[in-house]
Design a protein around this ligand. Sequence first.
Ligand code: GCU
Length: 352
Amino acid sequence: MENSIMKKRLWLCVLLILLCFHLGGCMGNKSKKRIVRIGHNQSTSHPIHIALTAFQEYVNENLPDQYVVEVYPSELLGSQTDMVQLTQTGAIDFCVASNAILETFSKDYEIFNLPYLFASTQAYHHVMDDPAVTGPIFYSTKKAGFLAVTWLDAGTRNFYTLNRPIESPEDLKGLKIRVQQSPTNIEMMRLLGGSATPMGFGEVYTALQSGIIDGAENNEMALTDNGHGDVCKYYSYDMHQMVPDILIGNWVFLEGLSEEEQAVFEEGFQIVNRVEREEWVKAVEHAKERATQEQHVTFLYPDQKPFVEACRPLHNKVLSRNPGLQTIYEAIQSYNQQYPSSAETLSIQARE
Ligand code: GCU
């Protein structure tokens, strides 16, 4: 009940903002500049915001008579799902969405949500940088009105809990764990034995604080930037997923760009990717230090094998219901062979 009132209020806010956009747009017409709106759900000190600000500066400087880029952080335009819908219809032009929620718009995105898909960070980065692998997936939402223009590193996802250290999948039994709103994540939690509680990112802190959930799973930034480490005291490096964030753009907007504009935007997307990845490395290091020293979070390094084993059936399940993903899956495996890393090495990497 309270939830539906909150939702109505949120949508009212979004509608008001859009009305302001419209009025702003009309005034903008006088100067003939097109306002480009980008939404995301992170804070202004997060690598995503820093990268999008670099994009904003680049486009504004290089197409000064045509465009003004505006970046809206912190779910100002709604949750990621709301923002993807706004991007679909062209109410806004771009947003950052986790790969996890994109699988509800195109099943092909399921592949990058698979637990233990990548053998190492290097394999993950090479896969995501290879247009032969990502291209078919990034274009798979064309009919839905948008496409992916670049990917962003969101590190590895691990479990963290209020007060029960997770050393093995058995420790997850009976715990309500928040997962992203994706069928693959719900299935993953089921295989690991926990009780999946899907919800939007913005609701997680309150749910943890009020004890509605016992824990969540995310990268280290969630502890500090989103305050989850104020309430959750155990963070376990089981490293179950490397789920990228994706910058998506409205298809009609992108199609309507002239050749010159397209070149500037394309360079801008490369800047987003480069800056975000550079910032990410520093941000994670800083988050770990802060979580340890200021929030007194204990970092645990469990044996990953039982987690890997429990999740294994999901790979075949996803591939058998979407056989079109098989070639992509094989390409990923060959990157895994080229850039292997044992479970132990992964734990050591995490500790460093
Ligand atoms: C990460 C990711 C976000 C996502 C969030 C979540 O922070 O970068 O895009 O929304 O996880 O768990 O929902």
